[in-house]
Design a protein around this ligand. Structure first.
Ligand code: ADP
Length: 360
């Protein structure tokens, strides 16, 4: 088991800096997911923790010990990659036993560990098979088995589910989480998939362009994103946005957001910091929008109706931007119809348009 501390970690390739001063404290036993778009530096950061990439500056502590210069094999880490990297000519058993064998451990010492890992990962019936006779999910489990028998203090996962089909990905997500709950080891997990991050993490680290945008528990980030980047990155369908200027409502009381096309969206619960004249971006998640028969906060001209079974997504324009409203009722709504919407004050997010920062 190990806590991991990164302070001021940066990475340069020649003249190009790709990771800019990362500060992150990971508790012993915590499952932390690094998430962000492709190229944001998450793999580079993880590879620096693993010792596969030199650290250009800053301090890395694993279990309280400075690890910047430690070779990978002395960091007591196991890593699982997107490509399972199994040996095709070795059986499942020998693939899992590869590490202990290389280290010349006696079979008596490692066999119980392999049997336990195989049982935990539902591989006991497959130990004599070659990887080519396994499904994608089983191969990924063998790769995890190999990582588990090392009994590392720290697990690193680099997009381990990217090669699996959608159904298997969901299943493996649950299995990795269950594995962590049993082993209670420290995990750093890299993905570009916000759903994986939301469902698996104790804490999510959202990265963008080599920097951390926000760190927090999944629902904390979902409910109170610190900026426009995090707001738009987490959630599917993603949060709706409308840029505008705060004005006093032309009809009725209170404030509204005046959009570029001149239309107004009523703001019931605007914070005190949102004063008339301020350029702000309103954000509302699709599932928080309500269809109303009362005086609406906004109107959606429906262009596309997308039923998923459990819910229906209505797509249309508000102030020239495409919005999505999700309803769980099977209302008879047709494209071309105008739908009156309520934007509940408690679910409205406001951001400073220029800085992208959340207004309290
Ligand atoms: P992610 O894992 O978030 O997709 P990476 O960590 O792989 O991102 O890459 C971060 C940035 O570093 C990218 O812009 C990438 O092009 C750059 N990069 C990665 N490896 C190298 C390298 N060996 N030399 C130069 N640039 C690199």
């Amino acid at each position: 088991m190990a806590a991991v501390q990164l302070s001021g970690i940066f990475k340069r390739y020649g003249d190009t800096q790709v990771v800019h001063g990362i500060d992150l404290d990971i508790d012993d036993g915590e499952f932390v997911v690094l998430v962000g778009p492709s190229g944001c530096g998450k793999s580079t950061l993880m590879r620096m923790v693993a010792g596969l990439e030199e650290i250009s500056g800053g301090d890395l502590l694993i279990g309280g010990t400075r690890a910047n210069a430690l070779p990978p094999q002395q960091r007591n880490i196991s890593m699982v990659f997107q490509s399972y990297a199994l040996y095709p000519h070795l059986t499942v058993y020998d693939n899992i036993a590869f590490g202990p064998k290389i280290r010349r451990e006696s079979s008596a010492s490692f066999k119980p560990r392999i049997d336990a890992a195989a049982k935990m990962l539902n591989l006991s019936g497959y130990l004599d098979r070659l990887p080519r006779a396994l499904s994608g999910g089983q191969r990924q489990r063998v790769a995890m088995g190999r990582a588990v028998v090392r009994e590392p203090s720290l697990f690193l996962f680099d997009e381990p589910l990217s090669n699996l089909d959608a159904k298997l990905r969901v299943q493996m997500r649950t299995e990795i989480k269950a594995l962590h709950q049993r082993l209670k080891n420290t995990v750093i997990y890299v993905t570009h998939d916000q759903i994986e991050a939301m469902t698996m993490a104790d804490r999510i680290v959202v990265m963008n362009a080599g920097r951390i945008e926000q760190i927090g528990r999944p629902l904390e980030l979902y409910d109170r994103p610190a900026n426009l980047f995090v707001a738009s990155f987490l959630g599917s369908p993603s949060m709706n946005f409308a840029e505008g200027t705060i004005v006093n409502r032309s009809q009725g009381h209170g404030l509204a957001l005046k959009l570029a096309d001149g239309s107004e969206v009523a703001l019931e619960g605007a914070p005190a910091s949102a004063t008339p004249g301020a350029k702000v971006t309103l954000g509302v998640r699709p599932e928080h929008i309500e269809i109303t028969t009362q005086i609406p906060d906004a109107e959606l001209e429906v262009e596309v109706v997308e039923p998923t079974g459990a819910e229906t997504h209505l797509y249309g324009k508000i102030g020239g931007t495409t919005w999505c409203a999700t309803t769980r009722e099977r209302a008879k709504i047709e494209p071309g119809q105008r739908v009156a919407l309520r934007l509940p004050a408690e679910h409205i997010h406001l951001f400073d348009t220029e800085s992208g920062r959340r207004l309290v």
